[in-house]
Every structure is written in C-alpha cells, then in structure tokens.
Design a protein around this ligand. Structure first.
Ligand code: AMP
Length: 143
C-alpha cells in the first residue's frame, strides 16, 4: 500500500489540523483519540511516514515504543487503572482506519469493556480534562 501524505495523522503532525497534544519529541507525537474506546484513550505516532508497522523502518520502533511505555505508565497513573491495553492495526481487514503507523494506549479497569473502535466522537471538554490528567502524570514522571 502506498503512503498517502493527506491522511489525517500526517496533517496533525504537520500542524494542519488540531489535536489535543500530550507530548512531542523529534521522533513522535502523542495525542488524545477523538473517538475514545475508554477514558484516557490516546495515540502515539512516529513522525517518519509508513502506513503501518509492516512497512515501517525498524529504526522508528525504539523511540515509538519508548513513548508508548511512557504514555502507558502515565495513563495508568492518571486514571488509577488496573491495566493498560496497547493496540495496533495493519490494514483495513485488521481494523485500521487511518493509514499512518500509530499505537493505541488505553488505560483499563477490571470489568469495563472497550467501546466500539472509531465509534462515537467524544465531547471535547471531556477529552481536554482527560488530557490534563495525563499531562500532569507525564510531568510527575519527569520529576
Ligand atoms: P485505527 O483504526 O487503528 O487506524 O485507529 C484510528 C484511530 O484514530 C481511531 O481510534 C480514531 O478514533 C482516531 N482518530 C481518527 N481521527 C482522529 C483525529 N482527528 N484526532 C484524533 N484521533 C483520531
């Protein structure tokens, strides 16, 4: 599959459309998912382009998964979660809807199921409130 640089995450990385940003460095950008499957559902994208994991340069994995780990810990702490689901899809048949490599980070509570994937747009005020909690937890990590 050919990478299309007009996909929504490419536009977010270029700053052409807004996102609720959690953190950013030279390699990755982390932001809130606008159709969260749980409270605190967020995404990490590498800035280098690939449609998914299978066509990515393996050099992106180290900074990408370092960021996923950091966000996993921050969301666990921010939401006092019992666990954290890390999810990643490759290809429409696998459930992928945005064709720029990304990893889902979802804090989980025992007995609380995930809502539908790419289901319902969340109220922006709730997204901002949850983002604030995660940003605070990230700041605590930094000491
Ligand atoms: P996937 O199906 O793995 O490609 O997931 C794409 C994810 O991106 C879904 O969870 C969507 O809710 C989310 N999403 C789509 N558009 C946006 C956007 N503009 N900002 C943040 N998240 C988005």
């Amino acid at each position: 599959m050919v990478y299309d640089d007009q996909n929504i995450f490419a536009k977010i990385i270029r700053g052409q459309i807004p996102c609720e940003k959690l953190f950013e460095n030279e390699y990755v950008l982390a932001f809130m998912d606008i159709m969260p499957q749980v409270d605190g559902h967020c995404l990490v994208v590498p800035k280098r382009t690939s449609t998914g994991l299978l066509d990515a340069d393996p050099d992106v994995f180290s900074p990408l998964f370092a960021a996923v780990q950091r966000l996993g810990k921050a969301t666990q702490s921010a939401f006092d979660a019992d666990g954290v689901t890390i999810m990643q899809f490759n290809g429409a048949a696998a459930g992928q809807t945005v064709f720029h490599l990304h990893v889902h980070v979802m804090p989980r509570h025992s007995g609380v199921p995930l809502k539908t994937h790419s289901g319902t747009m969340e109220d922006i005020e709730i997204i901002k409130k949850n983002a604030d909690l995660i940003r605070k937890a990230l700041a605590m990590q930094e000491g």
